[in-house]
Design a protein around this ligand. Structure first.
Ligand code: ADP
Length: 276
């Protein structure tokens, strides 16, 4: 009996549970780049926790450390100093090979430039991370189709990237990010190359993934209105977090979309202007 209760206590003390189901735990993270004789302090002691199901926007001026932070969170780079637990795994000391493995299993990336492979179909693009993860062909195709259905592209699976609009290509990238069932999605300026309506449509995809699948999303953006679809905003300056607060007056992308003019309405308005 005593053993059981001791076990239960040990179980209850697992760090990830202590932190209220934190997916990301960063403790006093420093990153210094050495450029010849010069040291560039890109991060100067960043501590932050992100819980499962959070949706965080990271903001801050150019050079404030956002990309460095994302590279560390995404296991693309090691911190110079500090501790990092991702989904309970200590990644600050992991070898390069282990880091690649953790990255493939735990992190889904979405980039501004979509980064799709141009001569392969949407379906094959989404299958790629599963090839690296050693998933069998039949299972790969099934899961890729499912992910494309989630982002609303079921009927475009066979299309090549250049047969898709920018918004559709970014949805393929999100499906690819989702397909290994990652602990977090990291999106770096995902709307940077998209027009207003398409950007909000993408925010709707993120909000739905967050609300219905409890997907943890971390998104870097310099656009204020894009940050307003998140639940929490973290602002960087000079390698430090200077603001970290819940998003008050959070916007619903579905509602914004109902108010925005459609493509046809924009075209009609432009045509009317021409005849005036
Ligand atoms: P942000 O994404 O907010 O623009 P970065 O993380 O890219 O900021 O950069 C933070 C600081 O680190 C800047 O001073 C930048 O010049 C420097 N930096 C970033 N990456 C490197 C690198 N690979 N080598 C040297 N300095 C770098």
């Amino acid at each position: 009996m005593i053993e059981t209760s001791l076990e239960a206590t040990a179980e209850a003390r697992r760090p990830s549970e202590l932190m209220n189901d934190a997916v990301i735990q960063l403790e006093n993270i420093h990153k210094t780049y050495h450029l010849g004789d010069i040291d560039v302090h890109a991060l100067r002691g960043v501590s932050v926790n992100v819980g499962r199901g959070e949706y965080v926007a990271i903001m801050g001026p150019s050079g404030s450390g956002k990309s460095t932070m994302m590279n560390i969170i995404g296991c693309l780079d090691h911190p110079t100093r500090g501790n990092y637990l991702l989904d309970g795994l200590d990644v600050s000391q992991a070898s390069k090979a282990d880091l690649a493995d953790i990255r493939n299993k735990k992190v889904g990336f979405v980039f501004q430039s979509f980064n799709l492979v141009s001569r392969t179909s949407a379906l094959e693009n989404v299958e790629l991370p599963m090839i690296y993860a050693g998933v069998r062909a039949k299972e790969r195709a099934r899961r890729a189709a499912e992910a494309l259905e989630i982002v609303g592209l079921k009927d475009r699976m066979r299309n090549l990237p250049n047969q898709l609009s920018g918004g559709q290509q970014q949805r393929v990238a999100i499906a690819r990010a989702l397909v290994n069932n990652p602990a977090i999605i990291l999106a770096d300026e995902p709307t940077g190359a998209l027009d207003t309506r398409t950007s909000v449509e993408l925010m709707e995809v993120f909000q739905t993934l967050n609300a219905e699948r409890n997907m943890t999303i971390i998104l870097v953006t310099h656009e204020h209105d894009i940050s307003e679809y998140s639940k929490r905003v973290i602002v960087f300056r000079d390698g430090r977090i200077v603001k970290d607060q819940p998003m008050t007056g959070r916007r619903s992308a579905a509602e914004t979309l109902r108010e925005l003019p459609t493509e046809e309405e924009l075209d009609a308005a432009a045509a009317e202007e021409m005849t005036e």
